[in-house]
Design a protein around this ligand. Structure first.
Ligand SMILES: Cc1cc2nc3c(=O)[nH]c(=O)nc-3n(C[C@H](O)[C@H](O)[C@H](O)COP(=O)(O)OP(=O)(O)OC[C@H]3O[C@@H](n4cnc5c(N)ncnc54)[C@H](O)[C@@H]3O)c2cc1C
Length: 255
């Protein structure tokens, strides 16, 4: 099965109605939305793409912010974004504290090419993320888990993700269950809580952790990374040092 983008594209601002708000943890919420006009998801997208939201009433001038869909295109009828409240963050605070079921948000998209491309990418996909940078990978894992090994899908997927503690896990129920798939490996490190007794790694993602998790397994592998610059830079440098070509190294910055 080929996963395609853009069969139904919406060019203008769409009214998205919040139908459910899921509390992921103390500072992160997932907003489930449908298109207000059509009562469903009104556009197609590829896992890893994002929407740009416009807020007209929060400040004297409209404010725009982008959020990646954490839902997968295979979850038909709705989309979801997962938002982490940033300290002193204007829009993320609004989305995490004020927005409720029934509210309408304006968004445009889908946008972006931070996606797995089955026609060009390698059959192994390794993803490295920290914090809210996991959202595109939640979408990609959800999308491709049932398709692994088929045409235009990876054969194996691996995610190395860092959260501060077990109180900061995002989309965890799904990640845990996806990690049970024989061809999906999910390695989670906690940077501020030592829970090695429960299967987590301990510490920030650094070169020695990349060596431990990725090692020399870089052949036939496309890499994607999303998170703070320091983690993306380290990942890029690590895999480049292993001979990975730039076209098999993709990055998305949330800054
Ligand atoms: C393509 C793209 C996809 C994105 N997807 C997601 C997503 O799925 N989930 C999500 O939670 N966010 C995502 N973001 C980030 C999001 O767009 C906002 O930047 C973020 O929510 C902060 O906005 P704010 O208005 O709350 O903060 P602002 O009021 O703009 O900033 C407040 C302070 O926080 C700092 N800051 C701003 N953004 C960040 C950040 N991301 N990390 C750390 N510090 C920051 C600023 O430097 C400033 O000091 C994405 C960004 C991009 C460009």
């Amino acid at each position: 099965m080929k996963v395609t983008a853009g069969r139904r594209l919406k060019r203008g601002w769409m009214p998205l109605k919040v139908t459910e708000v899921i509390t992921e943890n103390h500072d992160t919420r997932t907003l489930i939305m449908v298109n207000e006009e059509e009562g469903c998801r009104a556009f197609d997208y590829t896992a890893g793409q994002y929407l740009t939201f416009r807020f007209d009433d929060l400040a004297p001038k409209p404010i725009v912010r982008s959020y990646t869909m954490s839902s997968s295109p295979c979850q038909e009828g709705y989309i979801a974004v997962t938002v982490k409240e940033i300290e002193d963050g204007f829009v993320s605070k609004h989305l995490c504290t004020n927005v409720k079921k029934g509210d309408i948000l304006k968004a445009r998209g889908p946008i972006g090419a931070f996606c797995y491309d089955g026609s060009k990418d390698h059959k192994n996909l390794t993803m490295v993320a920290a914090g809210s940078g996991v959202t595109p990978f939640v979408s990609i894992l959800r999308e491709y888990a049932p398709l692994l090994g088929s045409e235009h899908a990876p054969e194996k997927m691996r995610l190395l993700v860092s959260f501060r503690s077990t109180n900061d896990l995002i989309c965890w129920k799904d990640l845990e269950s996806l990690g049970k798939h024989p061809n999906i490996e999910i390695v989670t490190t906690l940077s501020r809580e030592d829970r090695r007794d429960s299967g987590f790694l301990y510490g920030r993602i650094d070169n020695s952790m990349l060596a431990e998790v990725i090692g020399d397994q870089c052949d036939d592998t496309t890499f994607m990374t999303c998170g703070p610059d320091v983690i993306m830079d380290m990942t890029v440098n690590y895999v480049m040092s292993k001979g990975v070509k730039p076209e098999h190294m993709k990055q998305e910055s949330f800054a």
